[in-house]
Design a protein around this ligand. Structure first.
Ligand code: DAH
Length: 340
């Protein structure tokens, strides 16, 4: 009995000296573990003479209950203390502004494409997508550039390992696809998409870029319709007061061919670095669909006429946001892209 007493006192003293969770848990295994002292004391009952067993057993159980209750209380207090301490050190200020998770957004090229598309949609144009891998015939031949035509030099071409299959150098072959697919006229479509050119990459030229092609085919479609459409587009994209200037040009698939400028959005025509002191910014090539191209699309040029245009949305975005280097578009630098 006195052994039980001294076990109890020793255990309680030690328990009182435990300062943290781990010493408490060590205490617990010292007394209540598999080979723990408390269990050993309980087992001792079988070694005693029968007349002492009952009293010893009862007393041992009381000690066991006391010790385990003291342990539970001590552990609970200790954990509570630890939690209060951590609340003190890791104070949570719920009035602080929240952390906004970074959100993705559309690429500037996509934003610009969508702006262009909705501007033309308001004017009744539909969107038609055509293939990025073309054959030579569609990219050049059917656009009035037979093999060896010198104008082919205007478009440096990526060839595939399949003879005759190339990456389209412009969206103009889509004109043929649209005319062959949609009969009879009227046709009023834009064709947005990626184009590829085998060129040196510089601040002004990239090997991949978008174009938006436009095509209108009908009866009595004229140059004034073309100029009116382009002027309306320019004013919707760049502001109501924009002026448009038409220069004559050459493309094999249009006759006559023009290039379209608008007055400089920075200086309004006075001359500045953006317009290289000319007062004008070039925004697209265009023209009346060449009779040969019309025929190749399955339309009789004696009955039908049409106009076409082609522009570079990256260039449009560069003008709108004063971006000086086209390489920013596919450089994937988020510091650039996240500004838009
Ligand atoms: N395809 C021409 C280019 O890549 C742009 C162009 C010019 C398209 C005149 C047209 C057009 O539809 O009429 O340079």
């Amino acid at each position: 009995m006195s052994e039980l007493d001294s076990l109890k006192n020793r255990a309680l003293d030690q328990l009182g000296a435990c300062s943290d969770e781990s010493t408490l848990r060590n205490w617990n295994s010292q007394y209540f573990g598999k080979n723990g002292e408390m269990l050993a004391a309980l087992k001792k009952v079988s070694e005693l003479p029968p007349e002492s067993r009952k009293e010893y057993g009862q007393q041992a159980n009381i000690v066991k209950e006391q010790l385990s209750a003291s342990y539970e209380t001590a552990l609970k207090n200790c954990l509570e203390q630890a939690m209060l301490k951590s609340l003190e050190t890791e104070k949570l200020d719920i009035s602080l502004p929240g952390m906004v998770p970074p959100a993705g957004k559309l690429h500037l090229a996509t934003q610009t494409l969508r702006d262009i598309q909705s501007t033309f949609a308001e004017m009744g144009f539909q969107v038609f997508r055509s293939r990025e891998i073309e054959d030579d015939e569609f990219n050049f031949g059917l656009l009035n550039m037979p093999p060896h035509h010198p104008a082919r030099d205007m478009w440096d071409t990526f060839h595939t390992t399949d003879p005759g299959l190339i990456l389209r150098t412009h969206t103009s072959p889509g004109q043929i696809h649209v005319m062959r697919k949609f009969h009879p006229a009227p046709i009023r479509v834009i064709l947005p998409g990626m184009c590829y050119r085998y060129e040196a990459i510089t601040t002004r030229s990239e090997i991949m870029f978008h174009q938006v092609e436009g095509l209108v085919v009908g009866t009595n479609v004229s140059m004034t319709d073309l100029i009116g459409t382009i002027t309306a587009f320019t004013r919707k994209m760049f502001g109501d007061s924009r002026q448009v200037r038409i220069r004559s040009s050459y493309f094999p698939f249009t006759e006559p061919s023009i290039e379209v400028d608008m007055d400089c959005i920075v200086c309004g025509g006075k001359g500045c670095p953006l317009c290289k002191k000319t007062g004008w910014l070039e925004i697209m090539g265009a023209g009346m669909v060449h009779p040969e191209v019309m025929k190749n699309g399955g339309y009789d040029p004696a009955k039908y006429s049409g106009f076409a245009f082609g522009m570079g949305p990256e260039r449009i975005a560069m003008l709108r946001h004063a971006i000086e280097d086209i390489r920013e578009f596919w450089g994937n630098d988020l510091r650039f892209l996240s500004q838009f």
